[in-house]
Ligand binder design. Sequence first.
Ligand SMILES: [Zn+2]
Ligand SMILES: [Zn+2]
Length: 118
Amino acid sequence: MGVLMKKNFHPTAEEIYDVLKKDFPCIGIATVYRNLDQLARSGTVIKIENPDGAARYDGNPEKHYHIKCLQCGRIDDVWTDIDINKHINLKKIVRGFNVLEVIISFAGICDECALNKH
Ligand SMILES: [Zn+2]
Ligand SMILES: [Zn+2]
């Protein structure tokens, strides 16, 4: 899954499949999904859930956030030392659960889209 090692690249399973197909013409999409699932479970890759589309995968398992451009759909990495979870008083917000994680993602308009609007 060397495809995923490219920096700042967050492909969908189908995009990974398209790349792999060139080198391994016999590979099936089900194999790609299965491998990605395994890698995500073992923590080698991050699966980025995407409520309005296909999930994306990230070859960098270090803790970071993602921002999605609402216009062109591109996904960029957001690196910060700030542990955003620490700034949220979960006990105050969620009752009846022991919250183990909060999945945070950002959305906005990227610079390129901002420049291209006429
Ligand atoms: Zn954009
Ligand atoms: Zn990322």
